[in-house]
Design a protein around this ligand. Structure first.
Ligand SMILES: NC(=O)C1=CN([C@@H]2O[C@H](COP(=O)(O)OP(=O)(O)OC[C@H]3O[C@@H](n4cnc5c(N)ncnc54)[C@H](OP(=O)(O)O)[C@@H]3O)[C@@H](O)[C@H]2O)C=CC1
Ligand SMILES: O=C(O)C1=N[C@H](C(=O)O)C[C@H](O)C1
Length: 266
């Protein structure tokens, strides 16, 4: 069986490193290249802390695609760079598996359109951890009965985007079953700007950033005389890797656009 040829963008990052290890340890994947903003001409195996690998590092993404001809791009970078990589990969009919968060609705719409024009599969997953996907699904179930909800996401203090991609996706999934509703007292007033967090169709999202955290979220529902809290914690980035693998294996078999692993996890 031919191995799936993979390029990883952001290999030195916290997530990229884990993804490199996943691909190099797999018997069904081949790491054919990596895209970084430095170390042009080096091999992945030359980088400190990486296992033996002859995959070349490129700073020019198109050159990387032309020379390595991958099947799949795994992108774990930043929103702007990730958007450029995903768009470019689709133009080359390379299937993107994107963990990078911070894409706007317009970005997602553009990628969906491009995906359909190019008849090339693409998976955008704000969270690859199966437990986090279940947390989102359970929250959507609960919101049908508890329309008052606040989302509290907690992450390490090196995170660039707020709210997290997971929190946005959770709010979107809840909005599928909950009519837009302003929460709290109708005369509520913030005496300190931002005290009530971000507002998504009346739901509030609170972003905590602290050293020591990895990735955590709790979705709190309230109703007369009761609350329900659904919480997920990622204590290590290895928690995301089974989802990355599922996404790579799935994207190889489809030519559609998928936003969220909940759409491919039974
Ligand atoms: N979907 C999921 O399950 C998860 C998603 N994420 C998301 O993944 C993304 C990465 O997170 P994380 O690994 O923590 O972040 P890091 O900052 O650790 O990694 C990002 C990497 O991208 C690199 N990079 C920046 N610009 C470029 C470029 N032009 N070309 C190539 N590489 C570039 C950075 O390089 P440099 O060091 O030089 O800046 C860095 O190595 C974030 O959007 C995060 O939200 C994170 C965890 C789980
Ligand atoms: O930056 C992170 O770390 C994470 N980002 C993703 C997000 O924005 O939801 C997924 C996970 O929460 C970790």
């Amino acid at each position: 069986m031919e191995k799936v040829k993979i390029v990883i963008a952001g290999p030195r990052g916290r997530m990229g490193k884990e993804a490199v290890h996943l691909v190099l340890q797999s018997e069904t994947y081949a790491l054919v290249g990596a895209v970084d903003r430095k170390y042009e001409g080096f091999k992945v195996g030359d980088l400190d802390g990486f296992p033996e690998s002859d995959a070349m590092i490129y700073t020019d993404f198109e050159k990387c695609l032309q020379e390595t001809e991958p099947d799949v791009l795994i992108d774990l970078t930043t929103p702007e760079v990730g958007m450029f990589h995903t768009r470019t990969a689709l133009k080359y009919k390379v299937r993107p598996v994107v963990g990078t968060t911070g894409f706007s609705d317009e970005d997602l719409a553009e990628l969906e359109q491009l995906c359909s024009e190019q008849e090339t599969g693409c998976i955008i997953a704000p969270n690859f951890a199966v437990g986090a996907v279940l947390m989102m699904k359970f929250s959507r179930m609960a919101a049908k009965y508890f329309p008052d909800v606040e989302i509290i996401e907690l992450h390490h203090d090196q995170k660039l985007d707020a709210p997290s991609g997971t929190a946005v996706k959770t709010a979107q999934m809840i909005a599928d079953v909950r009519e837009a509703k302003r929460q709290g007292h109708q005369d509520e007033k913030e005496t300190l700007h931002g005290a009530r967090g971000a507002d998504y169709q009346g739901m509030h999202i609170h972003s905590v950033r602290l050293p020591g955290l990895i990735a955590h979220q709790q979705v709190m529902f309230g109703a007369d005389g009761q609350t329900l809290t659904i919480r997920h914690d990622s204590y290590h980035r290895s928690s995301f890797m089974s989802g990355v693998k599922l996404a790579v294996d799935t994207v190889m078999k489809m030519d559609a656009f998928v936003y969220g692993l909940e759409n491919i996890i039974e």
